[in-house]
Design a protein. Sequence first.
Length: 106
Amino acid sequence: MTEKHGFVNYKTVLSSQIRFASLMSILAMVTGLFYREFSRPFFSGIGLEEKWLYSHYMELVHGHTFLLGAAIPISMAVMTYLVKDQLTEKIYKSMLIRFKAYMISS
């Protein structure tokens, strides 16, 4: 890839954003599947209040994984594509570094 030679363009930034969003979309689907299907036997004998209390954090994992891991990077990729002609290589390098920091933090 062109990143090995130190040259960063919009394709490098877009590919990293889209790959990360794809991976996190799959992870969000897996966590949603785990929450809906594999947790049913564990919650079958308890009341609604206890079920909500115990499953609340499992519900949050699915939503947050999709929002932070897929929706935001896809919107960042769209914005990067829309302004690709106005940016320089220095800005693309900065964007790539900041997006890698975002990937690590999310």
